[in-house]
Design a protein around this ligand. Structure first.
Ligand code: AMP
Ligand code: ZN
Length: 112
């Protein structure tokens, strides 16, 4: 996907503050954090949104979800964390490469 911002980050063409990478996923800091901890987890293959998922993606999606608790703990979020996936324009999605927001810590909206 030539035009995709997150594919460019995955390819190393655009810098990002990376915190985790494996063969299937990349995690980096959100450029405009909404809480003390605000990470974005993306699959290394281009999937535009949840709307595009098929059974072929089951294993990468499961892998992503399974990494989240460990990542949160490594960020010091021992009390818990929030995950958000925006889907489509009506869901507030701006970057059309599937991503899971991982938020937590002080300044988490709604938890003063
Ligand atoms: P969404 O509204 O769910 O599509 O979220 C897109 C997120 O990507 C927003 O929270 C942005 O702050 C974030 N973002 C946009 N550009 C970059 C970038 N170059 N590096 C890191 N995060 C970014
Ligand atoms: Zn992409």
């Amino acid at each position: 996907m030539n035009d995709c911002l997150f594919c460019k980050i995955i390819a190393g063409e655009i810098p990002a503050d990376q915190v985790y990478s494996d063969d299937q996923v990349l995690v980096f800091k959100d450029i405009n954090p909404q809480a003390n901890v605000h990470l974005l987890m993306v699959p290394k293959i281009h999937i535009a949104s949840l709307d595009e998922l098929t059974s072929e993606h089951d294993s990468v999606i499961a892998h992503m979800i399974r990494q989240l608790p460990q990542l949160a703990k490594e960020q010091g979020l021992e009390d818990g964390f929030r995950t958000i996936i925006n889907t489509g324009k009506g869901g507030g999605q701006v970057v059309f490469h599937l991503h899971i927001h991982l938020l937590g810590g002080k300044n988490l909206p709604g938890f003063g």
